[in-house]
Design a protein around this ligand. Sequence first.
Ligand code: SAM
Ligand code: SF4
Length: 464
Amino acid sequence: MSKPFDVGLERLTGRAPDPEMVLGVTVGQRGTFFLETFGCQMNDHDSEKVAGLLHARGYQQVDTPEAASLILYNTCSIREKAAQKVFSRLGEYREKQGEGKVIGVLGCVAQQEGEDIFKRAPWVSLVCGSASYSKLPGMLAQLEAGNQRVTGLDTDTDETFETEVTRRDNPWRAYLTIIEGCDKACTYCVVPFTRGPERSRASDAILREVRQLAELGYSEVQLLGQTVNSYADPTARRMRFSELLLAVAEVRGIRRVRFTTSHPSDFTPDIVKAIEGEPKICDHVHLPVQSGSTRVLRAMQRTYSREEYLEKIALMRGANKPIGITTDIIVGFPGETESEFEETLSLLEEVRYDSMFSFKYSPRPNTPSLSMSDSVSEEEKSRRLAVLQDKQREIQAAKNARLVGEQFEVLVSGKSRRENQWSGYTTSHRMINFASQERELLGTYVQVRVTGAGPNSLAGEHAV
Ligand code: SAM
Ligand code: SF4
């Protein structure tokens, strides 16, 4: 969804605002844009960058497609349903082109479908994959000059997507991409095709941006990458990922450093040591396992076995403080037998994750698993998904119940419509709703005592 948060240009650029001019162009002079985002945090963050870029070109963001002259969809194609959603949304705006609006498709569906989008949805004028966003200004200029159709579909670019202004949606937590693309080649996944090969950003550029963010008042940064811990510093410093985490944590003003998503094969002991030794590095690791069966993991080309994955979990369980562990799981991968699915259930019992994202396997274009027969029926996939989710719900309910009476530091990020009710996240990424008589808490760090627990969140009260 497009985000209603308007944090103001001075926060985005760090410059004193000239109410009329942005980078030489009057705000709103070129028109208005509506940007809807589907998919993951990487897409959310890409949208923040695209919004910053458009704003710098004089476009103004609006909350509805009706109010916009430029309608953009930043799309996700990770599962078939996600891609279908994009085309049905595009269908809804078919008639808008007739009203003189320009419609553009960005992101993974754009990269995957390319110019075919013009055939399927001829009312679309712009198609741009994530590796080409830096070319967006030029593409918009072509449209402004009267071109009917423009595309940006390169994935072999060396440049990681850096923009001068990023229009961040949350005024306290900033996303920051440190590695783009993916070299892992899991057999079910479109990401290597839609986001291209792995490219790491220079450590000095990352740290410079973190310092700017801290000066702008952001206290939490979340380092992003499809395999964030595969980070390979291209500069002579050759910073390891764990060293980068520590360097980010050292920046004055930064109180929390998060990172996602970690790939198990590159999850090394020094990362756990960094979490143990530096309180600002959050006690949370998202470590997708995908399956509990080594046979299925091999077929997925996940590059680790069940046992090797459990060794990574043991590293974290052996840390000198509790680390929240979350995961992604796919059920119904081609050939997954009932007993292999049960291995995934037993893995859930063994690890006892704090939270899980779970999906039915979805065959995707270009992926190697497409040629494996999609042998598990849709009904069986749904059944397995429901069994898996029930088990995880039980685990979460039991784990959360044990937290009642404990106290956590929370970064307050939400205010309920109900009076005196607030919400935020603990360092281990547990969501907590709590009561406080304070008048303004947004963006502050407070101590909260847990008074109640459900499977998905905690309830508490401000401990003063
Ligand atoms: N790079 C991350 C990783 O390796 O775990 C996550 C990438 S993807 C955006 C997020 C999740 O979507 C994956 O972890 C996987 O569980 C799921 N996923 C990816 N491709 C899928 C497919 N074809 N069918 C079902 N789920 C899929
Ligand atoms: Fe996709 Fe695998 Fe890369 Fe994750 S590691 S983005 S699942 S190919």
